[in-house]
Write a protein that binds this ligand. Structure first.
Ligand code: NAD
Ligand code: DAU
Length: 366
């Protein structure tokens, strides 16, 4: 079959990547979607069962740091678009093991850029019709202050804009910032057709249970402590993962080359308030009397270099491409909690064995 487009999605077996792959495979039957993933601890092909038999989907197990392999896959499938999500993504792991983050996030992105440049340069059309889309994070901008409470802006007026100066604090955000710089450098130096987006915290089905929301749902269910870092006063801007996938689809097709777009939920929550909402929702859905799991909330040593507040100004994306989040947070959280409670097998398959050891050690050190 001749496909209209051949799109390489890196990190497609991870949390956000699996939503993007599912969306692209089902919405665009005339595109071939090549999921390129190393299947690290965070990659899970069970996330993609719904599309694994689709005629326009294929999976390649591979490492974005392996230049020869990336070039060979790009040539074999005549790739004309890259949506790059593969990364090490957990801040706490980056504090323990920064080198892995530099390797995957910086060298891996550079490897992909160079592979795309060489492969596309060698085609008859060169860079025409090609697109390299790099998915990044709001954490590259650093942290915002918490300001006096006001009804319209409970945590402060300041927001991250596309022009906000980069100021990363963790090894994770430093590695993502570096990768963003390489992507822009490849546009400015070689003319590679690139786009970068910086998104806020995602939540929803298939997120690895080391991240706050799935970890806490799992722990409430199993009556384990909920380790809230510091005093739980840090603020995050939460976006439902399918809204991020919709934004990625839109920007891949209609975003302007060389541009940066911020993506965010316009939905700020203090960690402790979010944790209380989770406790209430899980208890209600499990049929427990209200307050049953309140005692599980445990304040523990803060994360080193813990960013106080993230909040995104996504008005450029809204104005120029008409995107906006579709779900209210309360509805998104309800849907998410239900999903995890109904997919106990999925959670169990990754919270046993190696991961359990890692988590026990991480928690014991707090
Ligand atoms: P994730 O950790 O769930 O998934 C990462 C995926 O990348 C996994 O499938 C893993 O196997 C794969 N991978 C890792 N190293 C690889 C390598 N060397 N070669 C090939 N594949 C490799 O991550 P996520 O939360 O889905 O995040 C995806 C992307 O979105 C990342 O770039 C992250 O920085 C960015 N992002 C995440 C969020 C969020 O809230 N989760 C928000 C904004 C941006
Ligand atoms: O902002 C976008 C970023 O969001 C992404 O780039 C990252 O890949 C993603 O992991 C996420 O980073 P955070 O560090 O904000 O997410 P995490 O779920 O780890 O933590 C959310 C908040 O909850 C943060 O303030 C730390 C706190 N926390 C987290 C865990 C795991 C706790 O208090 N206790 C915990 O056990």
């Amino acid at each position: 079959m001749n496909f209209k487009r051949n799109i390489l999605i890196t990190g497609g077996a991870g949390f956000i990547g699996s939503h993007v792959v599912r969306r692209m495979v089902t919405r665009y039957p005339d595109y071939r979607i090549i999921n390129f993933d190393k299947l690290t601890y965070a990659g899970n092909l069970a996330n993609l069962q719904e599309v694994e038999e689709a005629p326009n989907y294929c999976f390649v197990k591979g490492d974005i740091c392996d230049f020869e392999q990336v070039v060979s896959v790009m040539q074999q499938y005549a790739v004309d678009g890259v949506i790059h999500l593969a990364a090490e993504s957990h801040v706490d792991r980056s504090i323990k093991d920064p080198f892995t983050f530099a390797r995957t996030n910086v060298l891996g992105t550079l490897t992909l850029l160079e592979a795309a440049r060489r492969t596309w340069k060698a085609t008859a059309e060169g860079f025409a019709g090609k697109r390299f889309y790099h998915i990044s994070t709001d954490e590259v901008y650093g942290a915002l202050e918490l300001q006096a409470e006001r009804a319209e802006a409970p945590y402060g007026e300041a927001l991250f804009e596309e022009t906000t100066r980069y100021n990363p604090h963790s090894p994770y955000s430093a590695s993502k910032a570096s990768s963003d710089h390489f992507v822009r450098a490849y546009h400015d130096t070689y003319g590679l057709p690139t786009i970068v987006t910086n998104c806020s915290n995602n939540y929803g089905p298939y997120q690895f249970p080391e991240k706050l929301i799935p970890l806490f749902i799992h722990n409430i269910r199993h009556r384990k402590p909920l380790p809230v870092y510091g005093r739980g006063e840090n603020v995050r801007d939460w976006l439902y993962v399918e809204d991020h996938a919709a934004a990625i689809d839109l920007i891949f097709h209609q975003g302007k080359l060389a541009e940066t777009y911020n993506i965010g939920g316009c939905n700020e929550w203090r960690n402790i308030d979010l944790v209380r909402l989770l406790v209430k929702t899980v208890d209600r859905l499990l049929g427990n009397p209200e307050g049953t799991s309140d005692h599980l909330i445990t304040f523990v040593t803060d994360r080193a270099g813990h960013d106080l507040r993230y909040a995104i100004d996504a008005s450029k994306l809204q104005r120029e491409l008409g995107w906006q989040p579709s779900l209210q947070f309360e509805e998104g959280i309800e849907r998410t909690v239900r999903w995890y409670l109904e997919h106990e097998e999925w959670l169990e398959s990754i919270t046993s064995g190696e991961y359990e050891k890692y988590y026990e050690e991480m928690y014991a050190n707090r």
